[in-house]
Design a protein around this ligand. Sequence first.
Ligand code: PLP
Length: 394
Amino acid sequence: MSSEKPRKTATQLVTGGRKKEFTGPVVNVPVWRASTHLYDDVASLEAGKKTNSDGRFFYGRRGSPTQWGLADALTGMEPGAVGTMLYPSGVAAISCALLSVLRPGDVLLMTDNAYDPSRSFADGFLKRFGIETRYFDPLITDYDSVFCERTRAILLEAPGSLTFEVQDVPAICGEAKKRGVVTLLDNTWATPYFFTALDKGVDMTILAATKYIVGHSDVMLGSVTTHEKYWTRLRQTAQQLGQVVSPDDAYLASRGLRTLAVRMKAHEVSALKIARWLQTRSEVETVLHPALPECPGHAIWARDFTGSSGLFSFVLKGSKAKAAAFVDALDLFGIGYSWGGFESLALPVHPETCRSEVPWDTGRNIIRLQIGLEDSDDLIADLESAFGQTTGLD
Ligand SMILES: *Cc1c(COP(=O)(O)O)cnc(C)c1O
C-alpha cells in the first residue's frame, strides 16, 4: 500500500483512514460503538493501551476506529498537518479551536464577514472571559492598523458565506507569523479539495463538516486540522471540554468524504452556470461568486483556490418583500439553513445584522443560493419562473 509519491487529493479521499486494523476485512471503517474499551490484562490497562492496537484504544470519549479513520482522512488532505480533532458541530470546532489558543487579556482579530455564530461566541463567551475581539475589513491591506501587542489569534474566513469577499489568506498569515499571532481559518466553503490551508500559512483549519464533507444534509459535525506546533493543545482542549462525536455520525461523514471530489466538481459546474445566467438578468444588481470578476477578492481566489463550490449570493433589485416573494416562488429550492448537501436551497440573508467594520447597505437585498446536484437546466427554469411570478413587485 505504501508509496513514496504523494497521492492526488481525489485518491486520498478514497483511501484515507482505511487502515486494515480499522476496517477489518470490509471496505469502509464500520461503526464501532463503544464507551468501554477492554484490556487484555491489568498490565496493559496500566500501560494505557490494548495489546493488539496501535495504542489509541483507551475509553469511548477518545473515540474509536470510526472517528479515527475519519480524522486521519481529513489530516491526509492537508499537507503539513499532523492531526485532526472532531467535534459535534462546526460551531463547537470554531469555539474549541479558539479556546485552545486564547487566554484572558488577549485580543482576537476576526474578519468582519465571519459566520455569525463565530461572532456571537466572541462577543458573548470570550468577552466574559476577558478576551477582546476586534473586527477587520476582510479585504485588509493595512496590517499595522489592526495588529497590536495583545493580539494573540486571528480568525479568517475565505470567502465569507454571505457576501463572498475572498481574503488574502497567505498575506494575512505572513503578517500574523511575523508578529507571533496564531491563524485560524474557517475553510467550510472551499474544503481542502479546493483550498489546502496549512500550506498557505494557516495554523488551524476548521471545517463545518456538516456541509460538504457530510454532503447529505443529515449530520452535524465539525473538524479542526493543525500542524505539530498546535496539535497538543488542540487535542488537550478538546479532551478537557469533553468533545466527542458519535460513531454513526463519523461513519456517515466518512461515506460523504469518499465522493467529495465528484460532488465538488458537480457543484462547481452547476453553480457557475447558474451564476452566469443570473448575471444576464435585469432583475439582478450583482452576483457575488468568487469565480466571477465582479466579486471582491476575485483575483485572490483565482491565485489561491483550485475551484469554487456551490454556494453564492446575488443582490436582487427591489424591496425585502420582493426578495421574500422571490424565494417563496421557487419550487425546487428548499428554504432552510445550512448548505453543502445534494439538494438546492435559497435564503434571503441579512449581512447588515452581523457586521461592524464594513457596513452593508440595508437596502440591498441578498439571496443566497446553495446549488445542489439537480440538473442545472431545471434549477434555471425554477429561477426563471420565480422572476416571472415576481415581475410586478418592487
Ligand atoms: C454552517 C457553518 C458553520 C457552523 O457549522 P455547524 O455544523 O452548523 O455548527 C461554520 N462556518 C460556516 C462558514 C458555516 O457555514
